[in-house]
Design a protein around this ligand. Structure first.
Ligand SMILES: Cc1cc2nc3c(=O)[nH]c(=O)nc-3n(C[C@H](O)[C@H](O)[C@H](O)COP(=O)(O)OP(=O)(O)OC[C@H]3O[C@@H](n4cnc5c(N)ncnc54)[C@H](O)[C@@H]3O)c2cc1C
Length: 431
């Protein structure tokens, strides 16, 4: 039977978690086309000489019981629940995360300044913040903003914090009560908070097991099949190697600007709106080390400019992802969209130097594997144009029968759990 004749009219583009969940819940007639030779999207794992490297850290922070049930059903007995140990490297010290609730770790004079400014900000008359930098100052005071919120977010997003709105923060920036901030300044006890206090991770092997289990068997998933052009009027998609495939409902998980660029005869206004959608890219430098664990934390944030990376994680503390007697780490370096890959050797060299500067790598540690990854779309940028541009494109596509879902399809800062939920909703509505 040819691709043209098969299926119930629902076509899914992309076999990351959102696309796989759409197929899982959409029934046997749903067909999935994936550009790459493997499934999983960002939830894929690279196997390199006994080390399993995810695409930077991919930890399952689960808020909803139905996603918890799903992952436990897909990977019965294979997942561990881990309590986060995250730090911030600042002024040559390590402060527990979240920074604003754990000032205890700071040098006394900086701590005093941070607390004074925090209380001043808390007592000041409330005004609507103009942008993220303004919000950070008004919420946490000038010192915490200067030491952490501004430099960290500038590094992560690769734009000025003044360009960012507040629309992305709801789940991602903990706002502890005043009492907790004060307690955290005087007591060295972990002050929890935030969306990522615990996480699930496979006891053995990488996060790709989740995608593989979700794909299951007998689903119509075609790999090496890239969506080249979408004809919204005739409701067809041109798939490399498979010709023109008709659809009644199209579920796309391609990055939204890529999808827009591939739609034939898109109205000028929609194309113009799509051109305002911005993202950064992330280069991941993974190292496999012969020797015991390098650090006890799961990950560390680096706000200071002297370090090239914004975060370093230790996968061999998540589960068994390294050969016996070895450990692993990844460093994430954010770069403006589409740049950096041609500089990868220089960036990797700087990362190693900065890991030594931070005291994470020492002369004793033998690096046995270096593995570089590049995520061309990593964090979508919530600037002033974001809301209206995104809405314009998504609503137009929806009217044409196209659901654009997932972290990059829906153009949002979201996690694996959200991709699963979005895929579930899209799959069920096309039944
Ligand atoms: C640096 C970083 C760290 C992260 N850490 C975490 C974490 O710790 N925990 C967490 O929950 N989430 C994390 N995330 C988010 C997580 O990766 C996403 O939420 C989730 O994987 C999104 O899945 P998706 O299916 O929407 O997109 P994707 O995984 O990108 O899937 C899209 C698929 O479409 C395919 N595709 C692209 N173009 C075409 C085409 N033309 N034709 C056909 N197929 C195509 C791609 O190859 C890909 O397989 C992180 C993301 C980043 C960038």
């Amino acid at each position: 039977m040819s691709v043209r004749q098969r299926g119930d009219g629902t076509v899914v583009l992309g076999a990351g978690l959102a696309g796989l969940a759409a197929a899982h819940y959409g029934g046997p007639g749903v067909r999935v086309f994936e550009a790459l030779p493997r499934l999983g999207g960002k939830c894929a794992t690279d196997q390199v000489r006994g080390f399993a490297f995810d695409q930077a850290g991919h930890l399952l922070h689960v808020r909803t019981p139905r996603v918890r049930e799903l992952i436990q059903r897909l990977l019965p007995g294979k997942l561990r629940l881990v309590t986060r140990d995250a730090r911030i490297h600042l002024a040559g010290r390590e402060v527990r995360y979240p920074f604003q609730a754990n000032l205890f770790g700071l040098p006394p004079e900086i701590k005093a300044e941070a607390l004074r400014d925090y209380l001043e900000a808390a007592l000041a008359p409330q005004k609507k913040p103009r942008h993220f930098a303004d919000w950070a100052q008004r919420t946490f005071g000038a010192t915490m903003a200067r030491l952490f919120f501004e430099p960290y977010n500038r590094k992560l997003w690769t734009v000025l914090p003044e360009e960012l709105t507040l629309d992305w923060m709801r789940d991602y920036v903990p706002r502890p009560a005043l009492g907790r901030v004060i307690r955290g300044a005087f007591q060295d006890v972990p002050q929890g908070g935030g969306y990522n206090e615990t996480f699930w991770y496979p006891a053995k092997g990488g996060i790709d097991q989740l995608a593989v289990a979700l794909a299951g068997r007998g689903k119509h998933i075609t790999l090496n099949a890239s969506a080249r052009e979408i004809d919204l009027r005739r409701r067809t998609v041109e798939i490399s190697g498979h010709g023109s495939v008709p659809w009644r409902r199209l579920i796309s998980t391609l990055p939204l600007p890529v999808l827009a660029a591939r739609c034939r005869s898109l109205p000028k206004g929609v194309r113009e709106a799509a051109s305002h959608l911005r993202a950064n890219s992330v280069m991941v430098v993974n190292l496999g080390i012969r020797g015991p664990r390098l650090h006890s934390a799961h990950w560390i944030y680096f706000p200071e400019d002297k370090f090239s990376f914004y975060r370093v994680g230790f996968p061999s503390n998540f589960g068994r992802v390294a050969p016996a007697g070895c450990s692993s780490l990844y460093a994430e370096v954010a770069v403006p969209a589409g740049t950096g890959w041609d500089q990868r050797k220089t960036i990797a060299g700087r990362v190693r130097r900065d890991l030594r500067l931070a005291g994470i790598l020492t002369a004793r540690d033998r690096v046995v594997v270096e593995h570089l990854q590049y995520l061309p779309y990593a964090y979508v940028i919530y600037d002033q144009a974001y809301q209206s541009a995104r809405k314009h494109v998504l609503e137009y596509l929806e009217r044409q029968g196209v659901a654009s879902i997932g972290r990059w399809g829906h153009w949002e800062y979201s996690a694996m759990e959200d991709a699963l939920l979005a895929g579930k909703t899209a799959g069920q509505t096309c039944k």
